[in-house]
Design a protein. Structure first.
Length: 433
């Protein structure tokens, strides 16, 4: 400011007083210097104004909620995450033959079923490397799987909850485990132990894995050509990198919490996550062993064990469209079908202005084993591979409620060619808190 005043006085003096050419050049130089300094000063003022605006915005914005974990500090309950979800299902099974526990037909026709389940999940991160989870499940209702024989299934047990290892309406501890991470160079090693559900980390699929939000039928929830263990004591270890994972899992095969090392369920899986043209995909291949005692289909041996291999692929095609495929093979000496295949697609509702809605279509086949076909032939039955079709539409009503109408069709149920094919019409309501 002082330089500007001096400059004005000098200019006034020059206007009233004759000056030389050298003096004029000096004045021009002084003017240019003052203009440059004035521009720099203006830029500094603008920068200070922007900082002031940013500070005022942060001061007026609400404070973010504290995140669970070690950074939040405080008491243990301040780090606890609680999730509560409820799913109710109404089903109408049309033109199905009902059977008893021995497989004998006891009735034929239409019948309605209903069930409701409640899941309470408690989880916490003790540190960035340590976490724990407890999942409590309870349910009431009637499960059509008791009365209608089908390899593909009608409704996954986790959704129908009846029957379960507890009585109707009782609470089941489905999961209760602790997990810790180890880091070795570029490989993260994740170890979990406790009461676990082995399918939470093995045989996953992006588009066919969750019975509460995707397909109903077990054939599209997990591989039916695997004799999965019940929720029981177990452990798993995963070696994870950016594109490739390797996992080993163990669980008590019969879920009795007795002689847990005598009858193990073992599984090993490799997961590859390629990036095809910027689209996410997961390709899983695994082998499994069930050490529980099995009866041969043809023969008197009751000490047979089960084993097999499987794969689960899912691939994003577009932002809205994804496809999936599962395949499994298992020992034909003890299982009625030795091959199982399921595939389909999932389409988000972006094209019709409903981005949170999903339409899914799946097709599955259970290929009968030679021993099982021979067994039924000896009993006088004609046999054929079982075919299963399912379509659902998940309608997002609001941020809490989702309604899902569903249609299923099964042909040659349980491999009996002479049994009528049947239809299942269902509606599922799911809400979360």
């Amino acid at each position: 400011m002082r330089k500007i005043v001096v400059l004005l006085l000098v200019l006034t003096f020059c206007w009233i007083t004759p000056v030389k050419a050298d003096d004029i050049e000096e004045l021009k130089s002084l003017v240019r210097q003052l203009m440059k300094e004035n521009q720099a000063l203006a830029e500094r003022v603008k920068a200070l104004e922007k900082k002031l605006e940013a500070y005022e915005s942060r001061a007026q914005a609400p404070s973010p909620a504290p995140q669970a974990g070690p950074a939040s500090g405080g008491n243990w309950y301040e780090r606890l995450n609680v999730g509560l979800s409820v799913a109710s299902v109404v089903q109408d099974v049309v033109d199905a033959e009902r059977v008893d526990g021995n497989g004998n037909v006891t009735g034929h026709g239409d019948r309605g079923y209903a069930a409701v389940t409640v899941d309470l999940e408690l989880s916490t991160d003790f540190t960035q490397k340590d976490r724990a989870k407890v999942l409590l499940e309870m349910g009431s209702g009637h499960n059509p799987e008791d009365e209608i024989a089908s390899f593909s299934g009608i409704i996954d047990e986790a959704l129908s909850m009846v029957p379960v290892e507890t009585d109707d309406g009782d609470v089941r501890i489905s999961e209760a485990w602790y997990e810790h991470d180890f880091l070795f160079r570029h490989v993260k090693t994740r170890v979990r132990f406790g009461k676990i559900d082995i399918t939470t980390d093995f045989d996953n699929n992006e588009y066919a894995n969750d019975e509460t939000s995707q397909f109903f039928s077990p054939v599209f929830v997990n591989n039916i050509a695997v004799e999965w263990p019940a929720y029981a004591f177990g452990s798993m270890v995963w070696f994870e990198t950016e594109k490739l994972d390797f996992g080993l899992g163990y669980a008590d095969a019969d879920g009795n919490w007795d002689d847990i090392l005598d009858y193990p369920f073992l599984i090993a899986q490799v997961t590859w996550r390629p990036d095809f043209l910027g689209r996410a995909g997961n390709y899983r291949v695994y082998a499994w062993y069930n050490g529980d005692k099995h009866q041969e289909i043809l023969g008197d041996d009751t000490d047979e064990t089960g084993y097999g291999i499987g794969l689960s692929f899912d691939q994003e095609i577009t932002k809205s469209l994804g496809v999936f495929l599962r395949y499994g093979w298992q020992d034909e000496d003890v299982y009625p079908y030795d091959h199982a295949l399921s595939f389909g697609f999932s389409l988000a509702g972006n094209a019709w202005g409903r981005p949170d809605d999903v339409f899914g279509l799946g097709f599955g086949v259970a290929f009968l084993s030679d021993d099982y076909e021979e067994k039924l032939a000896r009993e006088g039955f004609d046999t054929e591979d079982e075919y299963h079709l399912e379509a659902y539409y998940s309608f997002k009503v609001n941020q809490y409620l989702t309604l899902t109408p569903d249609l299923q069709w099964t042909d040659n149920p349980a491999g009996y060619e002479d049994r009528d094919d049947f239809w299942v019409f269902s509606v599922r309501g799911t809400w979360e808190f």
